[in-house]
Design a binder for this molecule. Structure first.
Ligand SMILES: Nc1ncnc2c1ncn2[C@@H]1O[C@H](COP(=O)(O)OP(=O)(O)OP(=O)(O)O)[C@@H](O)[C@H]1O
Length: 228
């Protein structure tokens, strides 16, 4: 497999704190989940990859530039309908109005929100808003979807619905890079786990091996603490 992203000696320092510390990584898997304790630097790493933050040192090398979308823990919905929220992103991409409408409706249908397309987005439940955010991202047909704790504020049933949508997006061919504190979810979604602690990459392992035979003491400790 060839890497779709190679990170070399990436660093980010803010107020003289080293948040990302000399990170080198090759991303080859289609579905990667970044795990690690609170404050490890997971969100920061994802933001650097998405280009929302600029590194203090090191580089990100994309052998082929990939179109990307990012979904956050709490979606920011515009004060309009769910449909108009999805159309907005498509319009920015320069599609004709009729094409925007068609693609937005199809995306909402794929996440199970066809019936709620005309509902003001901010009146949707948390789980529905997150699915609307996924529809908004999916409609753009990104080659890489980055998700930062997409189910952290949701109840178990809504979490599973969002997870189903993430799996559908992956099955349609989009690369997935996400963080979660839900280890069962990480196990269901990931092909590969990147384990990060204090801004450093500790382990990058195929999912089955990570949960059964973590290579490092830090990962073993993390799993012991997180799994009841
Ligand atoms: N702009 C900033 N200035 C200073 N420190 C920051 C800044 N942004 C993040 N940090 C710190 O960097 C560390 C990593 O933060 P980050 O949000 O990436 O961690 P995380 O692994 O996503 O954590 P969590 O699981 O709690 O969401 C934290 O200690 C955070 O307080």
């Amino acid at each position: 497999m060839t890497a779709w992203l190679a990170i070399e000696r990436l660093g980010l320092t803010e107020n003289s704190t080293r948040i990302i510390d000399d990170v080198s990584l090759q991303f080859e898997a289609q579905r990667t989940v970044v795990l690690g304790p609170n404050g490890a630097g997971k969100s920061t790493l994802l933001r650097l990859i998405h280009g929302l933050l600029h590194p203090s040192s090191g580089s990100l090398r994309w052998p082929q530039p990939l179109t990307q979308a990012m979904v956050f823990q709490r979606p920011v919905m515009l004060r309009t309908t769910a449909l108009a929220n999805v159309i907005y992103g498509l319009k920015l991409q320069g599609h004709a109005a009729s094409e925007c409408d068609k693609r937005a409706r199809a995306a909402l249908a794929r996440v199970g929100l066809a019936q709620l397309a005309r509902r003001p987005a901010r009146l949707l439940s948390g789980g529905e808003q997150q699915r609307a955010a996924l529809a908004r991202a999916w409609a753009l047909e990104p080659e890489l979807l980055i998700l930062d704790e997409p189910t952290a504020s949701l109840d178990p049933a809504s979490s599973r619905e969002v997870e189903r949508v993430i799996n559908d997006i992956a099955a349609a061919g989009t690369r997935i890079l996400m963080t979660t504190h839900n280890l069962a979810q990480a196990r269901r979604i990931a092909e590969e786990i990147v384990f990060i602690d204090r801004g450093r990459i500790v382990e990058q392992t195929a999912v089955a091996n990570f949960f059964t035979q973590p290579q490092t003491e830090a990962a073993q400790r993390f799993l012991q603490e997180e799994i009841p």
